[in-house]
Design a protein around this ligand. Sequence first.
Ligand code: B12
Ligand code: SF4
Length: 458
Amino acid sequence: MRVSFIRPNIGRLVDGPYIDEGRMQPLTLGVIAAYTPPDVECVLHDDRMEEIPFDDPTDLVAVTVEIYNARRAFEIAAEYRRRGVPVVMGGFHPTLVPDECLEHADAIVTGDAEEVWPQIVEDARAGRLQRTYSGTTGAPQPGGRPARRDLFKGKGYLPVGLVQFGRGCRFACSFCAISTFFNRTQCVRPVEDVVAEIEGQDQKLIFFVDDNLVSDHERAKELLRALIPLNIRWVSQGSIDMTEDPELMDLIEASGCQGFVIGFESMMPESVKSMRKACNLSKVYSGWDRYQRQVDILRKHHLQTWAAFTLGHDTDTLESIAETLHFAEESRFCFAAFNILMPYPSTPLYAKLEAENRLLWRGKWWLHQDYRFNHAAFIPKNMSPDELTEAVLRNRLRWNSLSSIFNRVWDFQTHLNSFYRLGTYLVYNRLYARESLTKQGMFFGKYRGRIPDVRQAI
Ligand code: B12
Ligand code: SF4
């Protein structure tokens, strides 16, 4: 028996792929493959840079689906089902919007795959696939099975090893799909399993794909103590409240951390309150400069921060969005993501906007043929949807300009602290700049025509 694992891209040109330059190993599929019965052959197709060989013989297709690639995932599923091959979908989208995915798949899996996947393969083998399988949401990779990284070889992924310590997060930000999916909890693996999985790789840089590595400070400390002897460099995602725990910050630095993706979201305390982002409402620092003091702590520990912002909250204005750019430049962040606030189904934000009749694209922007990546999908309070799209794009264009990259590099605590950090700053800033501008305005799914040039847009 052969199972084909598919990672869909956001979209695809009719005459070739949109090449995703920032592509990372699809850890999700490597993990599910590891729980496949050993007599089954596993193959991996990554739509981000390869043609999918629809005519190659295969017995079962497993597609991982997020909201951004749902339209493309449904197109891929239709190709296989037309050829009589059953398709199973799993991931965030099938869990949060199951009925929609059931229209395009033979079976869907909600929650985690590890416990239910072996049964699904056996059911497919016996020709008795059920329509829905419910996985629990617990600690990743029970039994300590490492991901099937052999499937990633030769595909041209970035030289970064992806590893997961835990899933979920204890906070309940109103726009975030994580807190719905994991019900405001975080489940972590035994530290020794994580260490063994890192030791089994030849990567020098590890990306912990946790939603919030420091959701629980004490658990995080256990992991960090075990990382010190490994002498690795690592990056992850984490909440800014980490800066209020000096022991945690010392361990983060000592264990080889290069930086975190941190959700600052907004400069406006009212916006932060309205989105219920408790981790950003500091217990220690108050006043307009609270973020500044926290940023200084990150810099003191030489961390190269990737700051993430969600723009378009009800208290945001065009001025406050411009102010976000100013803050990010002043803070000399290494990278920044200026994201339009997106209504993800099943979140409190989505329910609120739906109740107020403010959703655009009939509430299903991810399926609409005219919706484009990084465009507003709801009616903001203090500006029009187009004004929001343009204001966020303006920040992104300015941030990715050569002059901004040049001005931000002058920080001896972070980017100029070592040749390695300077190299990271220069190489990845150019790569992410290209990547973020190429994706801007992409249509979802298969698209015939030219991709709009965003630089003309404003
Ligand atoms: C790492 C990561 C990234 C990495 C990419 C990694 C890669 N391999 O390419 C980076 C940082 C580049 C990234 C980018 C983006 N990401 Co991202 N990412 C993640 C993150 C944190 C972890 C994913 C992961 O590797 N998990 C580890 C694996 C082992 O677990 P898993 O994916 O959870 O899968 C388990 C189950 O879901 C299930 N399952 C999943 N797929 C399937 C398939 C089958 C067949 C079965 C049976 C089961 C199954 O079983 C798995 C094992 O238990 C997730 C959050 C999360 N917790 O998943 C967000 C997440 C998937 N990302 C998200 C988003 C929005 C994005 C961006 C669009 C952000 C942006 N605005 O630019 C971009 C672009 C994404 C794209 N499609 O191009 C959202 C998607 C929201 C949604 N409702 O779908 C998530 C959920 C984060 C969030 N805060 O909401 N991301
Ligand atoms: S802290 Fe981050 S991961 Fe946790 S709920 Fe808020 S946005 Fe989601």
